[in-house]
Write a protein that binds this ligand. Structure first.
Ligand code: B12
Length: 246
């Protein structure tokens, strides 16, 4: 069974690794024990799951080729379409293996997210989730302060995209990797949470640590454009490219 899981993990990584995604395995029990029942995933504790994150290279390696090759459906976000396209192919490549995919943007009928992406990233060891309670003396009083995950190599330049759940695969033996605590001082943690909550539009929280790679200007421009206008931006670029060719 252990070898079977390693082979499964390698197969998924072989496919997604070249496209600018990373995967991290975890047990559903690790996730559920961090959360109140309202957020629990409805699977037994030993169920195998993976958290899928996109890194800066995803834009060039997966998204741009996807735009060139696929007919986009106007009503859905193009990045979401690209990610579900590739994860659906992963599912197909695993033949008869039962696999449930959950996306970060999916909501339950009670309007709660289907899963909490940051908690999943933390328990899987992908990215440390810094929350208000990780600061000893906080200066924020009554204000609501959202937490943020920091990836040890890409800082804040990544996104948590999906969970892959294997209802038929039980992994009681899975070893747990702690996330790397890369923002260690009280001062830095305060700066990080302030930047994420009050200045996230200037991108600066993403550079709280030194990073190996970050979003290009083009990728930043894309993500800074409101979703409803992104298609227009893409069409515009296409037109510019066409003009340049003539
Ligand atoms: C709703 C939402 C928002 C809302 C509300 C934010 C919020 N956190 O509630 C709004 C619109 C404000 C928002 C804004 C942004 N968001 Co937002 N958002 C989400 C979304 C869809 C759900 C978050 C949520 O509802 N959480 C519910 C609350 C209750 O969860 P919680 O605070 O973590 O509390 C739980 C934990 O504390 C846990 N817990 C308790 N103790 C412990 C101990 C440990 C060790 C652990 C692990 C857990 C744990 O128990 C609590 C629940 O009881 C997630 C994607 C997802 N599916 O998770 C993205 C997400 C959090 N957002 C993200 C981002 C980047 C942003 C923005 C920068 C905009 C953007 N997309 O560029 C801004 C920044 C915030 C700001 N300044 O406004 C990223 C964060 C990435 C990261 N590095 O952490 C996410 C993960 C999306 C993604 N796909 O990557 N967002």
């Amino acid at each position: 069974m252990e070898r079977c899981v390693v082979a499964l993990e390698e197969k998924i990584r072989d496919y997604l690794g070249n496209l600018g995604f990373e995967i991290y395995p975890f047990k559903v029990g690790w996730y559920n024990e961090a959360l109140p029942p309202a957020f629990h995933l409805p699977y037994p504790d030993n169920t195998l799951a993976f958290v899928v994150v996109s890194i800066p290279a995803m834009f060039d390696k997966a998204f741009k080729p996807f735009l060139r090759n696929q007919v986009l459906k106007k009503i859905r976000d193009p990045i979401d379409q690209c990610i579900s396209y590739h994860l659906t192919l992963v599912k197909q490549s695993l033949d008869n293996q039962q696999l449930d995919i959950m996306y970060d943007y999916e909501m339950l009928p009670n309007r709660k997210p289907r899963f909490l992406a940051q908690t999943a990233a933390h328990v899987a060891g992908a990215a440390y989730y810094y929350q208000r309670k990780d600061v000893q003396q906080d200066p924020w009083g009554e204000k609501k302060i959202y937490g943020v995950c920091i990836h040890p190599r890409y800082g804040g330049w990544f996104a948590i995209r999906a969970l892959l759940l294997f209802p038929e695969v039980e992994v009681p033996f899975l070893l747990r990797n702690s996330p790397i605590d890369c923002v260690t001082t009280e001062e830095k943690r305060i700066t990080l949470l302030e930047k994420f909550n009050f200045h996230w539009k200037d991108w600066s929280y993403r550079d709280i640590i030194e990073v190996k790679d970050k979003y290009s200007e083009e990728q930043k421009m894309y993500f800074a454009t409101p979703p409803a206008e992104r298609l227009k931006l893409l069409n515009l670029q296409e037109d510019l490219q066409k003009n340049a060719n003539y």
